[in-house]
Design a protein around this ligand. Sequence first.
Ligand SMILES: NC(=O)C1=CN([C@@H]2O[C@H](COP(=O)(O)OP(=O)(O)OC[C@H]3O[C@@H](n4cnc5c(N)ncnc54)[C@H](O)[C@@H]3O)[C@@H](O)[C@H]2O)C=CC1
Ligand SMILES: O=C(O)[C@@H]1CCC=N1
Length: 265
Amino acid sequence: MKKIVVIGGGNMGFTYAEGIYNAKIANIEIIDKSDDRVAEINGMNKMKAATSYDALKDADIIFLAVKPQIAPLVFADIKSIVNKNQLFVSVMAGMTIETIQQGLGIDKVIRCMPNLPASIQLGMTTYVGSKEVAKENLDLVGTILKSTGKAFEVETEDMIDNTTGISGSGSAYIFYFMNAMAEAAEDFGFSREEAKTLTAQTFEGAVELYKQNDISLEEWMNRVASKGGTTRAALNNFDDNNVHNLIKEGTIACVNRAKELAADK
Ligand SMILES: NC(=O)C1=CN([C@@H]2O[C@H](COP(=O)(O)OP(=O)(O)OC[C@H]3O[C@@H](n4cnc5c(N)ncnc54)[C@H](O)[C@@H]3O)[C@@H](O)[C@H]2O)C=CC1
Ligand SMILES: O=C(O)[C@@H]1CCC=N1
């Protein structure tokens, strides 16, 4: 079995480590610089975690899951330990394959963009490999990524940044919309628990309808909104306030930020 080491046992790194562990497709170890986090992970009695980089020496695949801003520090720490035979998989937003190759003096890099629902096997991940990555390795990592939900390969790194604007950061947009709806529900007099049920069930039902049928979102809106009815009053209000375009602008701000991170800003 291959040995996979994840550097950064936070939200995303731990999610992947756990997905791989549960799928029993590789031996998995986690490296995290936080003593508390390492103790917490070891306390779960599942995966081995450590603060030292020792586990990297005989790793086949190394996941890079620290914040992009601290990646240069990690690169400096591990450059002399890692080697060109190892395959690197980065989940870091805006961190280019070239920067990783140069920072570590290595060749084989797969850059991917996951999202947080990967922690409950409902993740959405896209990935692209450097030209040095053999198809066999790309397929292997594809299988690993699919252990946390859906995953597909994209042609360019630009499409990884674009994914960040939709699914990578997108869970937070959905939480934003849900937060406003749940708050409105509480304003209308529902308890917090009732507001959660009303909001979550509405999202879940709408998503399932969309997924299970080949009907456009506009058509679905029309099926809910009777002419002169209540839904149209809400949708007209959104349109009058340009909400549709503002959401699209938000996705563009997100992609631009990914590109800024790539330029080390
Ligand atoms: N959270 C999310 O929804 C998503 C995050 N990402 C990417 O995942 C990466 C990690 O983000 P999160 O997991 O959210 O951050 P996080 O803050 O939850 O986890 C980062 C972990 O790295 C550890 N760490 C810090 N310095 C370290 C070092 N020198 N060596 C080893 N470990 C170190 C921290 O102790 C922490 O546990 C980022 O690059 C982000 O762009 C990508 C897609 C979605
Ligand atoms: O906000 C961030 O920078 C990371 C990347 C995608 C989701 N979270």
